[in-house]
Design a protein around this ligand. Structure first.
Ligand SMILES: NC(=O)C1=CN([C@@H]2O[C@H](COP(=O)(O)OP(=O)(O)OC[C@H]3O[C@@H](n4cnc5c(N)ncnc54)[C@H](OP(=O)(O)O)[C@@H]3O)[C@@H](O)[C@H]2O)[C@@H](O)CC1
Ligand SMILES: Nc1ncnc2c1ncn2[C@@H]1O[C@H](COP(=O)(O)OP(=O)(O)OP(=O)(O)O)[C@@H](O)[C@H]1O
Length: 474
C-alpha cells in the first residue's frame, strides 16, 4: 500500500489549489462519481498536475484529497461556518464546497469512519490515522495577512502544454474570439419596457482624490455608456466637485476621506451590483484603509469586485484582502502585474512567459480572474488562458484602463446574473473580462481612426456605443 508515501512532503497552498482545480474539473468529478475503483482517475489527476509543474504520485494526490475532504466535513459538521472559524479547520473550504456541491450528497460518516470503503476509492481510510503532511507541518491557519513564500518546483513545462489544458497557444486568440464572444453576447440584457431603473446595473467606483479626478470619471461614465443605469463615485472631498462638473450623469459622494467613510459607503452597498476599486484612488494610507474595509464589506455581500490601478497596489501590500474571493477580478497593466507577482512569489518575474506567470498569479490569489493588459490582453482564472487580440491602435493615451475597469464592472454584473446556460459554464468573470477588453480595444481603434495621434480617452468613450453594438449586438 502506497498511502504512506506522502509522509514528509509538504503541499504548498498553490499546489493544493492547483490540485483542487484539477480534481474539480467536470470529467474528473464524473469519473469519481461512480462507485468503482478509481486509481486510473488519480493517475490522470497526477498527470495533469505534472503538466502544471507539480510532480506527485497518484497516491499522493488521492491522500491529499482525502485529507481535504475530512477537513471540509469536520468544518461543515462542526457547524463552524457560522462563527467564521471554518477556514481554520479547512483552509480550502470555499473551493471544496464549490466542487462538492455539484456532486451527489456525501455521507460525512463515510469520510470520518475508518476503513469504510473499498481499496481504491478516494474516501478510503488508511489503517493509520489521517496523516496530512500539510496539516501536521504547517497547521491550518487562516490566510496570512502578509505574503507567504510560494514555491513552484522547476517547471519542465512548455507554454504549449499549459495552454493545451486550456487553449493551445497557436489558436488561443482565435479560440478566445470564437468561443467567448458569443457568450458575451449572451449576457447582454435585453432592452425591454418591463424593467425599472437600476435593474441593468448600479455600479460603484471607489476612487478619486485631489490629484486624480479623471480616472474615476472615466470608469464611471464608461459603466453608464456600456449600459448600467446608475453609476456612483465614492471619492475624496477635494475631487468631488471636479468630478461632478465633468458630468451630471454621475452620483458623486465626497466621503472617501471622511472619518466615517466606511459607514457612509456601506449604506449604499445593498444597492450596488458591482464595485470597481482603484481608479484615481491614490496611495494615501487612510484612503487605502477605507478601500480595504469597503472591499471586505462588499465580499460579504457577494458582489463582483474589480480591482484596478491603486487598488492593485493595496492588493500587493495585503493580498488577503481579495485572495480566494471568486468574484474578484484584477486588471493590472504590466507594471502592476510585476508588483503583484513579486509580492506573492518573493522572486523576480520571469518576463519570458506571461501566460504562465499570469496563471501562477491567479492560482496564488485563489483563482481570481487576472486580466494582464498589454499588446495582447491575457485573461486567466488559473485554469484557462484566453487572449484578447481585438485590434486596437498604437495610441496609448492614459485612462484606457479606466474605461476597461468601468465597463468590466457592468459586464461582471451581467455575467453573474446570467444563467450558467448563457455562459456555457465558463467562469463569468472570464466572460466579462473578455468583453471589456474587446470593447476597450475596439473603442481605441475607432477613436484612432478619427483622431489619429490626438486620440484621448474621452474620444474612446464616445465610441463605446457603436463599438458595443458592432461587437456584441450584430
Ligand atoms: N486622467 C486621470 O486622472 C488618470 C489617472 N490615472 C490614475 O493615476 C494613478 C496612477 O496610475 P499610473 O498610470 O500613473 O500608474 P502606473 O500604471 O503604475 O504607471 C506608473 C509608471 O509605470 C510605468 N508603466 C505603466 N504602464 C506600463 C507598462 N504597461 N509597461 C511598462 N511600464 C509601464 C510608466 O513609467 P515610465 O517607465 O514610462 O517612466 C508609468 O508612468 C492611478 O490612480 C490611476 O487610476 C490613470 O488612470 C490615467 C488617467
Ligand atoms: N501595446 C498595446 N497594444 C494594444 N492595446 C494595448 C496595448 N497596451 C495596452 N493596450 C490596451 O489598452 C487598454 C488599457 O491598458 P493599459 O495598459 O493602458 O492600462 P493602464 O495602464 O491601467 O491604463 P490607465 O492609463 O487607465 O491607468 C487595455 O484594453 C489594453 O488592451
Amino acid at each position: 500500500m502506497l498511502a504512506n508515501s506522502t509522509r514528509g512532503f509538504l503541499w504548498s497552498d498553490v499546489e493544493t489549489r492547483t490540485l483542487l482545480n484539477i480534481w474539480g474539473e467536470r470529467d474528473i468529478q464524473t469519473a469519481l462519481g461512480g462507485n468503482f475503483r478509481n486509481s486510473h482517475v488519480y493517475r490522470d489527476v497526477a498527470r495533469r498536475l505534472g503538466i502544471m509543474g507539480f510532480e506527485r504520485t497518484p497516491e499522493q494526490c488521492r491522500v491529499r484529497i482525502k485529507s481535504l475532504k475530512r477537513q471540509f466535513i469536520l468544518a461543515k459538521e462542526g457547524n463552524l461556518r457560522n462563527n467564521g472559524q471554518y477556514h481554520k479547520i479547512c483552509k480550502f473550504y470555499d473551493a471544496m464546497e464549490t466542487i462538492l456541491s455539484c456532486r451527489p450528497q456525501i455521507d460525512p460518516q463515510e469520510l470520518l469512519d475508518s476503513g469504510a470503503v473499498g481499496d481504491e476509492t478516494e474516501e478510503e481510510v488508511d489503517t493509520d490515522p489521517p496523516q496530512d503532511p500539510y496539516l501536521e507541518s504547517t497547521g491550518e491557519s487562516s490566510y496570512p495577512e502578509t505574503q507567504v513564500k510560494l514555491e513552484y518546483p522547476p517547471i519542465p513545462v512548455t507554454v504549449g502544454n499549459i495552454l493545451e489544458r486550456s487553449f493551445s497557444l497557436g489558436t488561443a486568440a482565435r479560440r478566445g474570439m470564437d468561443d467567448i464572444l458569443p457568450l458575451v453576447k449572451n449576457i447582454v440584457p435585453q432592452l425591454t419596457s418591463k424593467k425599472h431603473k437600476g435593474q441593468d446595473g448600479r455600479i460603484g467606483i471607489i476612487g478619486g482624490c485631489q490629484e486624480y479626478t479623471g480616472a474615476p470619471y472615466f470608469a464611471a461614465i464608461s459603466a453608464l455608456k456600456v449600459g448600467a443605469d446608475v453609476s456612483h463615485v465614492f471619492c475624496a472631498k477635494a475631487a468631488a466637485t471636479v468630478i461632478k462638473s465633468y458630468s451630471p450623469e454621475l452620483i458623486v459622494h465626497p466621503v472617501l476621506d471622511s472619518p466615517n467613510a466606511v459607514e457612509e459607503i456601506e449604506k449604499w452597498l445593498p444597492r450596488l451590483h458591482c464595485l470597481v476599486v482603484g481608479p484615481g484612488l491614490g496611495r494615501d494610507e487612510m484612503l487605502l484603509k477605507t478601500a480595504k474595509e469597503v472591499i471586505e464589506k462588499s465580499k460579504a455581500r457577494d458582489i463582483p469586485i474589480v480591482i484596478d490601478a491603486d487598488g492593485l497596489w493595496l492588493v500587493a501590500q495585503q493580498p488577503s484582502v481579495i485572495q480566494g474571493y471568486k468574484k474578484g477580478i484584477l486588471t493590472p497593466n504590466y507594471m502592476e502585474f510585476t508588483q503583484l507577482y513579486e509580492a506573492m512569489h518573493h522572486e523576480p518575474l520571469d518576463s519570458s512567459d506571461h501566460q504562465r506567470s499570469a496563471m501562477e498569479l491567479s492560482v496564488a490569489m485563489g483563482n481570481l480572474t487576472v486580466v494582464l493588459k498589454g499588446e495582447d490582453d491575457l485573461i486567466t482564472d488559473g485554469k484557462k488562458v484566453i487572449l484578447c487580440r481585438q485590434e486596437g491602435s498604437g495610441c496609448r493615451c492614459g485612462g484606457q484602463g479606466d474605461l476597461l475597469s468601468g465597463s468590466l464592472g457592468v459586464l461582471a454584473h451581467w455575467a453573474y446574473t446570467s444563467s450558467a446556460d448563457m455562459t456555457k459554464s465558463v467562469n463569468p468573470s472570464v466572460v466579462a473580462a473578455f468583453g471589456a477588453c474587446s470593447l476597450t480595444r475596439q473603442c481605441n481603434r475607432q477613436a484612432f481612426h478619427k483622431h489619429w495621434r490626438a486620440t484621448t480617452t474621452t474620444d474612446m468613450i464616445q465610441e463605446i456605443s457603436s463599438a458595443f453594438k458592432k461587437l456584441f449586438e450584430s
